[in-house]
Design a protein around this ligand. Structure first.
Ligand SMILES: Nc1nc2c(ncn2[C@@H]2O[C@H](COP(=O)(O)OP(=O)(O)OP(=O)(O)O)[C@@H](O)[C@H]2O)c(=O)[nH]1
Ligand SMILES: [Mg+2]
Length: 424
C-alpha cells in the first residue's frame, strides 16, 4: 500500500451581519424596525470524484476559503448566502484531524459528499428584537464566524497498472519515462528491491503504475527475490509484461515471457487471468530484428497484443500511453455504488456549554466558547446590544452559575476586560 498525503487549511465563510434599520414612510412618524438578517457563510464541502487519482493538486494549493455571507439590508431584506466551496478529491481519500489523527471521514464511494466546515450563521437584523419593552431596538447581531481547521488528506494509492518481467527488462526505466517517479535503474538483475509507484498523466487521464522487482524461474520456491511482492499488483486492472527483445544479453524473449507467466500462474490463478499487454523493450538496441519479429508473432499467436518501445529514444511510448489509457477507460469499474446524502463533520472545539469562572475578590471573570460566540454577535458599547447580551447570559444559565460561584448584588462580572456591576 502506498500513501499520498497533503495538509490543507480550510475556512468556511463568515455569516453576514444583521442590520439596524427603521421603516420610513410618508405619514408614519416612527416606523418600526425592519433590519434584515445577514446571509449564511459558504460551507467547505468535499466530494469523492472517480476521475481524480492523486492528491497532487493539494501540494500546490494549501488554503481553501468559503464565501462570506452578505449583510442584511433595510425593508427586511435578507443578505445573500455565501457560495459553498466544493473540493473534489479522489475516491478513497480520508479526512484526518492532524492533532488527534482521528479519521473524520473516509470518502470511499464515488460521489460521497461531506461538509467539513460549516459556514457561519448570519446575524439577525433588528426586526427580530422588537418586543413590548423594546419597540425600537437599535441593535442587530454580527454574523458567526465560519469554522476553520487544518486537515490531513490521505489517499491509499492502488495501482491501475503493474509492470512485470525478467530482471533488467527495463521496468524501472519505463516507469521513469512514463511518470515523475525516480526509481533506481542499473544494468544488473534485481536492482528494484521494493515496489515503486508513479502517476502517469496523459491528456485528461491519469493512472497509477507499480514497478515491482523482476521475476525469474523458480521465484515461487524463493529464487531471486521470491514472488511475495506480486501481491502489490493483485488489484491492478492491467499488466504490462516487459520483454527485452534487443538480444544484447543473448536471451530468448519467448522463453523469458513464458517463464514469467508460469510464475504468475504459480502465485495464483487470478493473476495469470489478468489482461496483459506485451511490451517489447529496448528496440533502439536491436541486434537481430528476427529475434523481435519471431517473438512478436509468437505472442500474437498466444492472443496477446504487442507494443514495441524504447525508453531511450521514446519510440512507441505515446502509443503505449494511448493503449493503456483507452483500455482503462473502456474497463472503468462502475460497480461501486455511489452514495447519496451529505454528512457533516462536527466542528472542532464547539462545546458551547464550556464556561470558566475565575473569582478575584469581588470580580467574577467569565470566559468560554459560548461567551466568545456571543461576544462576536454583540456590540457592548451600545445599550440595546448590551441588554441583549445580559438577557442571553440569563437565558443560558450563566448568571445562575455565577451565583453558585458566590456572586452577590453589587459585585462585578468581567468579560474580556469590560466590567459590569451585578444588580438583582
Ligand atoms: N538501450 C536501452 N537500454 C535500456 C532501455 N530501458 C532500460 N535499459 C537499460 O536496461 C538496464 C536495466 O533497466 P532497469 O529499468 O533497471 O530494469 P528493471 O526491469 O527495472 O530491472 P530489475 O529492477 O532488476 O528487475 C539499465 O541499464 C537500463 O539503462 C531501453 O529502452 N534501451
Ligand atoms: Mg527495476
Amino acid at each position: 500500500m502506498f500513501i499520498d498525503r497533503a495538509k490543507i487549511y480550510i475556512k468556511a465563510g463568515d455569516g453576514g451581519s444583521g442590520v439596524i434599520s427603521f421603516r420610513r414612510e410618508k405619514f408614519v412618524a416612527y416606523g418600526g424596525p425592519n433590519g434584515g438578517d445577514g446571509g449564511k457563510g459558504g460551507d467547505i464541502i468535499f466530494t469523492a470524484d472517480p476521475n481524480l487519482k492523486t492528491l497532487m493538486d493539494f501540494k500546490y494549493r494549501q488554503h481553501y476559503k468559503g464565501e462570506n455571507g452578505g449583510n442584511g439590508m433595510g425593508s427586511n431584506k435578507h443578505g445573500k448566502n455565501g457560495k459553498d466551496l466544493v473540493i473534489k478529491v479522489p475516491v478513497g481519500t480520508a479526512l484526518i484531524d492532524p492533532d488527534t489523527d482521528e479519521v473524520l471521514c473516509d470518502l470511499a464511494r464515488p460521489g460521497q459528499t461531506v461538509i467539513a466546515a460549516q459556514g457561519g450563521r448570519g446575524g439577525r437584523g433588528n426586526a427580530h428584537f422588537k418586543s413590548s419593552v423594546m419597540k425600537a431596538p437599535r441593535f442587530a447581531e454580527s454574523g458567526d464566524e465560519g469554522v476553520e481547521r487544518w486537515l490531513f488528506l490521505e489517499l491509499k494509492l492502488l495501482a491501475d497498472v503493474g509492470l512485470i518481467g525478467f530482471p533488467n527488462a527495463g521496468k524501472s526505466t519505463l516507469l521513469s519515462v512514463l511518470t515523475a517517479a525516480k526509481p533506481k535503474i542499473a544494468n544488473y538483475p534485481f536492482t528494484t528491491l521494493t515496489p515503486n509507484l508513479g502517476v502517469c498523466s496523459w491528456y485528461d487521464k491519469s493512472f497509477v503504475i507499480a514497478d515491482i522487482p523482476g521475476l525469474i524461474e523458480g521465484a515461487g520456491e524463493g529464487a531471486g527475490l521470491g514472488h511475495h511482492f506480486l501481491r502489490h499488483i493483485e488489484r491492478t486492472k492491467l499488466l504490462l509484461h516487459l520483454v527485452d527483445v534487443s538480444g544484447i544479453e543473448g536471451r530468448d524473449p519467448i522463453d523469458d515471457f513464458n517463464k514469467v507467466n508460469n510464475e504468475l500462474k504459480q502465485y495464483n490463478d487470478d493473476l495469470i487471468k489478468k489482461p496483459q499487454l506485451v511490451v517489447a523493450t529496448k528496440t533502439d538496441a536491436l541486434t537481430d530484428i528476427s529475434v523481435y519479429t519471431k517473438f512478436k508473432t509468437a505472442a500474437q499467436e498466444m492472443g496477446y497484443k504487442v507494443c514495441a518501445i524504447s525508453s531511450v529514444t521514446s519510440e512507441g511510448i505515446d502509443e503505449l500511453k494511448n493503449l493503456v489509457a483507452s483500455y482503462l477507460d473502456k474497463n472503468k469499474q462502475d460497480d461501486l455504488p455511489s452514495e447519496e446524502g451529505v454528512d457533516i463533520i462536527p466542528s472542532p472545539s464547539q462545546d458551547l456549554s464550556e464556561l470558566n469562572i475565575e473569582v478575584k475578590g469581588s470580580t467574577y471573570k467569565i470566559s468560554g466558547a459560548m461567551i466568545d460566540r456571543l461576544l462576536k454577535r454583540v456590540n457592548l458599547t451600545d445599550e440595546d446590544s448590551l441588554r441583549y447580551f445580559q438577557n442571553t447570559l440569563l437565558k443560558y444559565g450563566v448568571i445562575d452559575k455565577l451565583k453558585e460561584a458566590g456572586l452577590k448584588n453589587g459585585e462585578y462580572v468581567s468579560v474580556r476586560g469590560l466590567e459590569f456591576e451585578y444588580m438583582e
